[in-house]
Design a protein around this ligand. Structure first.
Ligand SMILES: [Zn+2]
Ligand SMILES: [Zn+2]
Length: 143
């Protein structure tokens, strides 16, 4: 990926850009996928078509605590995944809980609850930065 502040190519896990010292997704001057110059209110790169997301915008809307608690209490319905924007994974959990749950007298729903509970606990125990990298920027669908 590229630093959105200085446009230098950097490692995708870099928390801070080694060339300019700024968190790579904080600024909006370059595309994070191809390094093309972008305008501050541009939402999509005109060169490679990737969505231009600034880290500050994302952190305001997604809360680690909320995602964790949703996973613990409503995990079997995949609510925490809907919250994080993982619609595909969320629908899978919901379908298994409701569909397979009915056939197995709730056993499948129980399994989904346990998965939600574990994921909720993982979310809560991750440091904020790692949570954001894995689940918000990285879109890690499961665990
Ligand atoms: Zn930089
Ligand atoms: Zn681009």
């Amino acid at each position: 990926m590229y630093c959105r502040n200085c446009g230098k190519e950097i490692e995708s896990q870099a928390v801070v850009c080694p060339s300019c010292g700024v968190p790579p997704m904080l600024e909006k001057k370059f595309c994070q996928a191809c390094g093309e110059v972008t305008q501050p209110n541009q939402t999509m790169c005109t060169k490679c078509g990737v969505a231009l997301v600034a880290k500050t915008q994302v952190s305001e809307t997604k809360n680690k605590m909320a995602a964790g608690l949703l996973g613990i209490f409503l995990g079997c319905f995949g609510i925490h995944k809907f919250y994080l924007g993982y619609n595909k994974e969320a629908i899978i959990m919901l379908a298994i809980s409701l569909g397979a749950g009915l056939v197995t007298c709730g056993a499948a729903t129980g399994v989904m609850s346990v998965i939600g509970l574990i994921e909720g606990i993982i979310y809560l125990t991750k440091p904020d930065e790692e949570f954001e990298q894995l689940y918000i920027q990285g879109h890690k669908g499961w665990f």
